[in-house]
Design a protein around this ligand. Structure first.
Ligand code: RIB
Length: 322
């Protein structure tokens, strides 16, 4: 695939690259239970790589700062990322195995995931120091939490110095985030489960409860919060405004693995282009909705034209202040 043109918005994604070992099952196992499934399928994944490819296909130039192992999986993955159009700069090779995710997907497209970080855990500020200036790229900088948090902070600090937008997808949610990380994030994008983990307490039963979580994060210094909520769309809470963005209807769900990553990558591409948050969230909702039509985290990543067409079928529902 040819890379996007040089005038395209620039996004830096820092994060994980995994080989996803997945099995389809009728239903997800309960703790302690074994279920039989279909044949094992190995696919490319990792939240960072999924987000980088989503931003790229949405139309951005992308530098993906990541670490893969010196095993054959790592070598093949790096070749794939380059052939897709990502920059060579930022792709570090470290001793040891490439990250691995074990994924189970049920008939409704829902999943359970366990990750062995492998090389991702070695993407430290010290490693990145081997290539001075590697983080100084992008009108938007996007990170998740499958790599050391010190590296995420380093990328966000570089973004702040350059005036770039910072977007944090706090996945997997580590529990409450450090105050400094929250303050460094212009936009925080958790799913509903992650949103609850960030502030602690019980899962809210209503929209009002989720808005309280958004307000708590903004009070701690986050610029705005977008909670992704699967088929319901996304709940946006920004200065003075809260609203739902609803996805286009009529899309068949095959596999939701990586849908949140596609959302985050598309959001970053749109914000890097200079779109207002409201428009960028509509773009991201459309991208995430399109991505669930295929199995695997990367197979369903849509291109910019498909996203813009689907965007017209998203809707905007302001939330009345309670
Ligand atoms: O969000 C989906 C991703 O989570 C998978 O690709 C897997 O590698 C884990 O990182």
């Amino acid at each position: 695939m040819a890379g996007p043109d040089r005038a395209a918005p620039a996004v830096l994604v820092i994060g994980s690259a995994n080989i996803d070992i997945s099995v389809s099952v009728d239903r997800l196992p309960a703790p302690g239970e074994t279920v039989l499934g279909g044949d094992r399928r190995d696919r490319w994944g990792g939240k960072g790589a999924n987000q980088a490819l989503a931003a790229l296909r949405a139309g951005a130039r992308v530098r993906f700062v990541s670490a893969t192992g010196d095993d054959s999986t790592g070598a093949t993955y790096r070749r794939r990322l380059l052939s897709e159009g990502l920059q060579r700069r930022g792709l570090f090779t470290v001793p040891g195995p490439t990250g691995t995710a074990l994924i189970i997907v049920d008939k409704a497209g829902r999943n359970q995931i366990a990750v062995s970080p492998g090389a991702n855990a070695r993407l430290t500020p010290r490693l990145m120091g081997q290539d001075k200036g590697v983080l100084d790229f992008g009108d938007a900088v996007l990170a998740q939490l499958e790599i050391p948090v010190a590296s995420v902070m380093a990328a966000f600090r570089s973004a702040r110095r350059r005036g770039a937008v910072t977007i944090l997808n706090p996945a997997p949610a580590p529990g409450p985030l450090s105050p400094e990380l929250i303050e460094l994030a212009d936009v925080i994008v958790p799913n509903e489960t992650e949103a609850v983990a960030l502030v602690g307490g019980a899962t809210p039963r209503s929209e009002a409860g989720f808005l309280r979580i958004c307000r708590a994060l903004v009070k701690k210094g986050a610029g705005s919060v977008v909670i992704t909520a699967g088929a319901k769309g996304a709940l946006l809470h920004a200065e003075g405004e809260s609203a739902w963005v609803r996805p286009p209807g009529g899309l068949r769900v095959v596999d939701t693995t990586g849908a949140g990553d596609v959302f985050s990558g598309a959001l970053a591409a749109s914000l890097a282009e200079g779109a207002a948050l409201k428009r960028a969230v509509r773009f991201a909702v459309a991208a995430g909705a399109l991505s669930v039509r295929k199995k695997g985290a990367q197979e369903g990543i849509p291109g910019g034209r498909a996203i813009r067409e689907a965007l017209r079928r998203t809707s905007w529902e302001p939330v009345k202040r309670g």
